[in-house]
Design a protein around this ligand. Sequence first.
Ligand SMILES: Nc1ncnc2c1ncn2[C@@H]1O[C@H](COP(=O)(O)OP(=O)(O)OP(=O)(O)O)[C@@H](O)[C@H]1O
Ligand SMILES: NCC(=O)N[C@@H]1O[C@H](COP(=O)([O-])[O-])[C@@H](O)[C@H]1O
Ligand SMILES: [Mg+2]
Length: 388
Amino acid sequence: MSGLQSKTIMMLGSGELGKEVVLEAQRLGVKTIAVDRYENAPAMQVAHSSHVINMLDGPALRALIEQEKPDYIIPEIEAIATETLIELEKEGFNVVPTAKATNLTMDREGIRRLASETLGLPTAKYEFADTLEELKEAVQKIGTPCVVKPIMSSSGKGQSVCRSFDEVELSWNAAMEGGRAKKTRVIVEEFIAFESEITLLTVRSVSGTSYCAPIGHIQQDGDYIESWQPHNMTEAHIAEAEDIAKKITDSLGGYGLFGVELFITSDGIYFSEVSPRPHDTGMVTMVTQDLSEFAIHIRAILGYPIPAIRLFSPGASRTVKAWEEHSSYTVSGVEKALETPDTQVRVFGKPETKAGRRMAVVLNAADKVEKARQRAEEAVSAISVEYN
Ligand SMILES: Nc1ncnc2c1ncn2[C@@H]1O[C@H](COP(=O)(O)OP(=O)(O)OP(=O)(O)O)[C@@H](O)[C@H]1O
Ligand SMILES: NCC(=O)N[C@@H]1O[C@H](COP(=O)([O-])[O-])[C@@H](O)[C@H]1O
Ligand SMILES: [Mg+2]
């Protein structure tokens, strides 16, 4: 392709986050290949080429990577045959940020044991269980309320709060139905009654480690519905958060942007989890920063300098979700939403709706976070998903 550099990236996962990574890569002249488990995924609609494969199928993943020989393999979701990525990295392929990072964060056990047992970071108490009987024992140990999650899932799928011993079976069933890969193992976590929760976007690049201003967010059923930046924090809490983020990202290694999820409580900051890739709550950076989290990720991966990250304006994001399963739908009300000043909308273009699936995001920038949150709420209320 003319005008392009010789570099090629392959996105493993092509959702809304990957779509923005692809666009940022193309701005720097990089050739892009989008891969996912279904056709017409958001990033496929903007990439130079695309493939549909089961990314949990190691041999299929290897065959595709050997065929395309990308310079950078960029996992965008967790559910990938990461053992195959480890082998491919040994053979000389570049996995972003590292194959180890994608392997450890693929299931909650790997990253939780690394954070708590190896690095000594503060986390909620936890246990693992493979059967309903084991789950009952684990809930006895942790106490209620507690949070039960499939070890492999994201965006809150299969997650539930178990409020009493009577609810253990309900939580088990929810985890079995919601897990992404066909594994039955679950994690049980002590319920942390946090004051607030944040994502600290942390960048490892040729320029060293740097941090974006903290992003506050609200989750419903384990999935984010609202985020804002900057989140109001004391200097001491920011230092504590950056210290945790430095330790976990140094341990995972490589170049790229990470989303470090932290709970802020009256007795300090707890590590929750980390995405070795852009974070959904970080979509707000598309209106708040000079470089969005997606632009930063690509720059870091390519080995380009990131001498500074500027927060241009406070801002907020609100998600638009579907509540029914349909193959034909429209996101309506965009025109009305844009009447709210300083609003932007991103419609992802997912080919089908599902209950709880995120279809679009509304962004607002304002001189104060509170105003941005209020205006994002006003704008998002104009938007709805309509089924045709
Ligand atoms: N131990 C806990 N105590 C209290 N709340 C929790 C706990 N674990 C998770 N949550 C709540 O559920 C949300 C989702 O949990 P978590 O981040 O572990 O799930 P996830 O499915 O990996 O989400 P994502 O992929 O969107 O980051 C958290 O952001 C938090 O609001
Ligand atoms: N919390 C992780 C996250 O937000 N990931 C984003 O959601 C997509 C999957 O969406 P889908 O389930 O609607 O296909 C992923 O591809 C990624 O962009
Ligand atoms: Mg999370």
